[in-house]
Design a protein around this ligand. Structure first.
Ligand code: FAD
Length: 514
């Protein structure tokens, strides 16, 4: 059966979006005829579902993958990929605006074209999309079904009029933008991550609600493109989960780009009058009424648990935290697993990928057959907010260590003492590492730097491989690179191991050698 009746409209429907849709929701797709029982039926073809299906098929399992909208899920279509494409363009615009520092004086009245920047993003997203395409997955040996997946009874899932039988099933249905209970929001035509990447014209004034990673990344990007941006946050400052001195650096950078932060916001309400939207909010004892053309809501994610028939198969879930799983990613139905945003608080593409690997091991290679259970407990998960500068983190924060009663030593090295950062004009930031007290065992690290997301992997690898700071001090880093800050912060630890007693002893020794 063709799925022609489910035609996707992803504005603007230009050649790039058409190419994307042809890949990830082909209009002429014909669902296969299900034959026999599947080893795995996977519902949802975002990162978690795609990786689960591809790896399962690669090891020889019979797999069905069900997607109701766009294969690739949030990451490819309305998340990481379009946001990073936009951020790259906005960085280029900011570099040009700030080029005078480098002796490049741009005349007034230079032409900017937001529409072209967005077209570039759509072109690159379409180019990347073939990797997640229905035809590629068919080629991998996966039965791809387009339609709504729903559990209908023990061992059965229904999709587009077909009944699929499974030995094991995996729920990978992800999450969507949460709609917070803000008075007036319901009556407002607002943007979320599902619609903002379809803009072709720059909103002159943009209100962003929520100063978490999505809010901060988008606020800075739009400010750099030239929107007047108001960033409203209920808590103090931005990126409240990060170390305050780290988020302060990003806050200052956003302010320089023209973002106005209204934090500790109380009594936020939205009104619509005469074509404008108004955000009314009290921030730090002052009342603000700001007129905006668009409002972006970026406060939290709601798991896609509805309509799946979870009750029918005894899978427990919560409307806020999603499907309940144990450390092996098994739900309350032992034949059904879950992976990705649907069941995990750290909602990242790389986490969804890692969880898919865990599901494969536990669902397809049960204990007596194979490798022992894989567990989320052993995951070391880094993350990054892609502002300028970026903030990346892995492992414990100082506060978490204190809460858990773990004694730590902390070392911080600032980027303004790193030659390459000075030469790049990117010297606001630092590397910070927490080690188990009196040892070089790394428990956590934060980096604030222009490309902190690339740099954090050195700490992640060290933690995963059980390598301490002494290994990092003994590792040659090319000069001059910003990543030298990692070696320098490790050297800061090394210096503490060279005590006054040791120095005095050596002085005596050297005196004898003279
Ligand atoms: C703006 C934004 C920027 C982001 N940037 C980053 C980043 O830079 N780095 C990073 O690591 N993460 C980022 N993320 C998070 C990342 O996108 C998600 O963590 C990741 O996509 C989760 O993958 P998933 O497979 O769990 O879910 P999803 O990608 O949400 O996929 C779930 C899929 O299931 C389908 N589905 C749902 N219900 C059904 C059903 N009943 N039947 C059939 N199909 C169904 C959906 O249509 C969807 O395609 C970002 C997110 C957003 C919103």
């Amino acid at each position: 059966m063709s799925i022609g009746e489910h035609l996707i409209d992803l504005p603007p429907m230009d050649e790039f979006n058409q190419q994307l849709v042809n890949n990830v929701h082909p209009p002429a797709w014909v669902n296969p005829e299900p034959t026999g029982r599947y080893n795995l039926v996977v519902i949802g073809a975002g990162t978690a579902g795609l990786v689960t299906a591809a790896v399962a098929a690669a090891v020889g399992a019979k797999v069905a993958l069900i997607e109701r909208h766009l294969m690739g899920g949030d990451c490819l279509n309305v998340g990481c990929v379009p946001s990073k494409g936009m951020i790259r363009a906005s960085r280029a615009w900011a570099d040009v605006k700030n080029a005078a520092e480098f002796g490049l004086h741009i005349p007034d009245g230079i032409k900017t074209d937001f529409g072209e920047a967005m077209a570039r993003m759509r072109k690159l997203r379409a180019r990347i999309s073939h990797v997640d395409s229905a035809h590629r997955y068919k080629g991998l040996g996966v039965d791809v079904f387009i339609g709504d997946g729903k559990f209908t009874g023990p061992g059965t899932v229904e999709v587009a009029g077909n009944t699929l039988q499974y030995a094991k099933a995996v729920i990978c249905t992800g999450a969507r933008a949460a709609a917070p209970p803000i008075p007036g929001l319901e009556d407002t035509d607002y943007l979320t991550n599902e619609t903002i990447f379809s803009l072709t014209e720059l909103p002159p004034r943009l209100g962003v609600i929520g100063a978490g990673p999505i809010g901060c990344e988008m606020a800075q990007a739009f400010a750099r493109f030239g929107s007047q941006v108001f960033l409203v946050e209920a808590m103090h400052g931005i990126l409240p989960n990060e170390d305050h001195d780290a988020s302060d650096i990003v806050h200052q950078s956003l302010t320089r780009d023209g973002v106005q932060l209204l934090c500790c916001g109380k009594d936020l309400r939205i009104t619509n009058t005469a074509g404008s939207k108004y955000l009314s909010v009290d921030s730090h004892g002052q009342h603000y009424d700001v007129a905006v053309d668009e409002v972006l809501v970026g406060v939290g994610r709601a798991p896609n648990v509805e309509g799946l028939g979870l009750e029918t198969v005894g899978v427990e879930f919560d409307k806020r935290s999603g499907v309940k799983v144990n450390d092996t990613l098994q739900t309350t139905n032992p034949k059904i697993y879950a992976a990705g945003d649907i069941c995990f608080p750290l909602k990242f593409t790389h986490t969804a990928d890692a969880m898919a690997q865990i599901v494969i091991q536990n669902a397809l290679f049960p204990h007596p057959l194979g490798l022992g259970y894989a567990s989320t407990k052993s995951l070391i998960i880094p993350w990054c907010t892609y502002t300028e500068p970026e903030i990346a983190h892995v492992g414990l924060y100082e506060k978490e260590a204190t809460d858990k009663g773990i004694e730590i030593d902390t070392f911080t090295y600032k980027l303004d003492e790193v030659d390459r950062a000075i030469l790049d004009g990117e010297e606001e930031g630092f590397a910070r590492v927490h080690v188990k007290k009196g040892t070089d065992t790394i428990l956590g690290a934060t980096i604030v730097a222009s490309h902190a997301g690339d740099m954090i992997s050195e700490f992640t690898l060290a933690m995963k491989g059980g390598l301490g700071l002494s290994t990092i001090t003994g590792t040659i880093h090319p000069y001059p690179t910003q990543a030298e800050v990692i070696k320098k912060v490790a050297n800061a630890w090394r210096k503490t191991t060279f005590t006054e007693g040791k120095r005095k002893l050596l002085s005596k020794l050297f005196a004898r050698m003279r």
